[in-house]
Design a protein around this ligand. Structure first.
Ligand SMILES: [Zn+2]
Length: 174
């Protein structure tokens, strides 16, 4: 039997909720992944050098790496960032829903999520942080991880929202 979140004590439910909210920690984990990835990537450093008069000898000028660098705000990122924002909106709505049903918010505390502008700001900040991590990946040439940041964030937030809606409403005893 699992304890009702409304009973006030922690438990598995609370820990899962914590996980859903602790997305910045997930982003940090992704950064750790990229650090490991960077050691294998062996990516040549970017040159701003465009052939100055006393520039490098011809021998040093090799073929440019075949790399298709996209704009950060391309269509794909635009769509994924919108999806991440929407999933955070869904998390907001699902949290409002569980609070109306008398279930306690554990990770962020009831008083915080009941402050609707503040909670909405936190959701927006989570979206912004996600875009920031994507940008770091983009700038460091890890374009696949850049996309995956949004994909994972979207998936986790959406699953968390679905779970919030699935939580059963506690019924007062007779
Ligand atoms: Zn990129």
């Amino acid at each position: 039997m699992r304890p009702w979140a409304g009973a006030g004590s922690g438990g598995v439910e609370s820990r899962l909720r914590l996980r859903t909210r602790a997305l910045p920690a997930g982003c940090v984990a992704l950064l750790v992944v990229v650090a490991a990835d960077a050691t294998r990537a062996q990516q040549p450093p970017l040159h701003a050098d465009q052939g100055s008069p006393q520039g490098p000898s011809q021998a040093q000028v090799g073929p440019a790496p075949a790399q298709t660098i996209h704009r950060f705000w391309d269509r794909t990122n635009g769509l994924w960032f919108a999806a991440v924002g929407a999933s955070r909106g869904l998390d907001y709505a699902s949290t409002m829903n569980l609070r109306r049903r008398g279930i306690n918010e554990v990770f962020l505390t009831n008083s915080l999520v009941d402050n609707h502008p503040l909670f909405a700001g936190i959701e927006a900040a989570a979206t912004g942080a996600s875009i920031g991590v994507s940008y770091l990946f983009h700038r460091t040439g890890h374009h696949r991880l850049e996309r995956w940041t949004s994909i994972v964030h979207f998936g986790v937030a959406t699953a968390g929202a679905a779970r919030n809606y699935a939580l059963k409403t506690p019924h007062p005893g007779p």
